[in-house]
Design a binder for this molecule. Sequence first.
Ligand code: DGL
Length: 270
Amino acid sequence: MDPRPVGVFDSGLGGLTAVHELRRILPSENIIYFGDTSRVPYGGRSAEILLQYARQDVRFLRSFDIKAVLVACGTVSTTALPALQQESDLPVLGVVEPACRRAAVRTKNKRVGLIATAASVRSGAYERTLRRLDPEITVVGKACPLFVPLVENGRFRRGDTVIETVAREYLEPMKDLGLDTLILGCTHYPLLTEIIGEIMGPEVELINVGQESAWELKRTLQSLDLLAPEGSGGVDLYASDQPEDFALQAGRFLQQQLQGTVHGVDIHRY
Ligand code: DGL
């Protein structure tokens, strides 16, 4: 048993979809969440810059006495995870491996789609992982660079013509590819589940990477005897810019009323 908190980070609000799952799956854990709102979106940046940002994000989280790090960001998971893991004496988990494991188990026709940020698709990390798990799987990846800025700006509801038009433009061409599984490879995308599901149709199963990573964290903490003693854990939120705006939106991502304030962080100090 270990009562220390788990550190979780993303470029902005998206990783809170993983925190929502963590609260459900590991209700006793305390979570320290950092959203790098001063530098969001991460998705169009180079692997070098992403590693630099991710190192600062981890250093900030490690200014607390945490027991593990969950990289609740597809973009950092696909580009910087091995380096972060190598540099850390704590367990550092990402979203790619658990999501691919789930997709490999769920696909029946072995045709898996991936939608994610440009950096994630460019990295080839999801494809590599899926092929390692099952060489017969065909992966079709598509970058959706406008999704994160739109979601960060609150444009994720059904009936919003802007997000619906953008989603149709990205996804209509994927409908004829015979996919039976679609990985939502970015933690911002679960807010678009209804819109994406409606376009892709009920025969395509959507994989929520944050949810799969939350299960993976549970298994990891269990195996290392690091689970928190039973009780009700909480979430402390930090953001590197405009914490007040972050607070206004966070409840929607967490699917619960926000308790407490969001603290500001000068991430350049880390
Ligand atoms: N939630 C991040 C991800 O999973 C968003 C990346 C971005 O900021 O573009 O990839």
